[in-house]
Design a binder for this molecule. Structure first.
Ligand code: AMP
Length: 207
């Protein structure tokens, strides 16, 4: 199954994609993770996109589309994948439709107030790429999975969060209509605990 996870930053796409990947045995393809890895390793791409990521803007479509196209052509995607953070614009969605068949786009519906609270309490582990919320951590500086040192992502700072939400509303939100018109949109209530949201997703996927 080829699945897209749609939703605002902080709607839980990454968390849900991680859980689904274990259950469905298909890879999670996160463009955000790919870009952050390049940033960390200071690759030519990483240096090129550094300022964009840190300011909360979007990496140009042509770069992003090419990266996803190459990644989806790898053998582990042959039986399906979960796209997390792509597409983020109509141009990206149209390009994707030209080289892949998409089964459904799951839209995680979360109100703005919850999103800002989630993002401002979010901590990231650069070692294992795990994402956690301070409310669930005994020690807000230590990764509960690998023991790495947790950080606040630069793009989770208040100013950048507001910019990312602005970009989401202007550029990514129209994708809801895009997939609705094609009969592929499934909207799931993304508020509440992780397990509750995950159950809702499994329920709609089993239908
Ligand atoms: P994420 O972890 O999905 O929130 O992505 C982090 C950052 O990576 C975003 O704020 C963008 O700067 C960049 N990014 C991720 N996915 C895309 C995409 N599909 N198109 C453009 N930029 C992206």
């Amino acid at each position: 199954m080829n699945i897209i996870l749609l939703g605002a930053p902080g709607s839980g796409k990454g968390t849900m994609a991680q859980k689904l990947t274990g259950e469905l045995k298909i890879p999670q393809i996160s463009t955000g993770d790919i870009f952050r890895k390049n940033l960390k390793e200071e690759t030519p791409l990483g240096l090129q996109i550094k300022d964009i990521l840190n300011s909360g803007g979007l990496v140009p479509d042509e770069i992003t589309i090419q990266i996803v196209r190459d990644r989806l052509a790898e053998p582990d995607c042959a039986d399906g994948y979960i796209l997390d953070g792509f597409p983020r614009s109509i141009v990206q969605a149209e390009a994707l439709d030209k080289f892949q068949h998409i089964d459904c786009a799951i839209n995680l519906d979360v109100d703005k107030q919850t999103i800002v609270a989630r993002l401002s309490g979010r901590r990231f582990c650069p070692d294992c790429s795990g994402t956690f919320h301070v409310s669930s951590l005994a020690d807000a500086s230590v990764c509960p999975v690998c023991g790495g040192k947790l950080i606040t992502r630069k793009d989770d700072s208040e100013e950048t969060v507001l910019e990312r939400l602005r970009v989401y509303e202007s550029t990514t939100l129209p994708l809801i209509e895009y997939y609705e018109q094609r009969g592929k949109l499934i909207t799931v209530n993304g508020t509440g605990g992780v397990e509750a949201v995950y159950r809702r997703i499994l329920d709609v996927l089993h239908k």
